[in-house]
Design a protein around this ligand. Structure first.
Ligand code: BG6
Ligand code: MG
Length: 215
């Protein structure tokens, strides 16, 4: 395979926003009296807002009206936005900018495939928005990861066929989405928790350009 594009997830891959999604869901679950911990949260990484809320409600044996679901999603999002209010380019994970620069020098395109409706806001605040050749997010797709739609849309927007794309993800749902899109998956996180990737790194900083070129 010759790599012509690398498509990155955002939360937990390029910056530490994954923890703020967890804090905001945890606060909501506590308020609803539903037990929710970091282990549960692993299931929610990469899952969209409604899917995440329903997962928590189901864990607590609750079924709510659409209006009530909307109110809780708004509440969680307002809390999340408050938690990420301080984000600046300093919150970009170490190693991201050097990797982007190296990819650009090799003529490899850079895409984003995020399940978050806040993705454009976050990449703007991180100061990296102009570096993406294409951004696909929850505002532009209808099916959440593990459906491959967001990665396929990114590949199409980049003009690169999926077999020439590498996806980078910290979520199991995201790794599955990359594989279903017909791309190679690179995982960021714990090899004991994540499966289905060709390589697992502890952070983006550990990714070597030569490794991507030899995939
Ligand atoms: C994903 C995160 O990137 O976006 C999830 O991994 C989050 O934790 C999802 O729930 C949806 O984000 P948002 O910002 O649209 O609520
Ligand atoms: Mg993620």
């Amino acid at each position: 395979m010759s790599c012509r594009a690398v498509i990155f997830d955002l939360d937990g891959v390029l910056t530490d926003t994954a923890i703020y999604h967890f804090y905001a869901w945890k606060a909501l679950a506590d308020e609803l009296g539903i037990a929710f911990d970091e282990h549960d949260n692993e299931q929610l990484k990469g899952v969209d807002r409604l899917g995440s809320l329903r997962w928590i409600l189901q864990k607590g044996g609750l079924t709510l009206s659409e209006a009530e679901e909307n109110r809780l999603m708004q509440q969680k999002n307002a809390h999340y936005l408050q938690l990420i209010d301080h984000i600046t380019p300093d919150n970009l994970y170490p190693g991201v900018q050097p990797l982007f620069t190296a990819l650009r020098q090799k003529g490899i395109k850079i895409g984003l495939a995020s399940a978050s409706k806040n993705a454009a806001f976050v990449v703007e605040r991180l100061g990296i928005a102009p570096q993406f050749d294409y951004v696909a997010d929850a505002n532009t797709v209808s099916n959440s990861k593990p459906d491959p739609e967001v990665f396929l849309l990114a590949a199409k927007g980049l003009g690169v066929a999926p077999p020439h794309c590498i996806g980078v993800e910290d979520a199991q749902a995201g790794i599955e989405a990359i594989n279903r899109a017909g791309m190679k998956a690179i995982a960021i996180g714990d090899a004991k928790v994540l499966s289905g990737a060709i390589r697992v790194y502890s952070s983006v900083k550990a990714i070597q350009l030569k490794d991507l070129l030899s995939v």
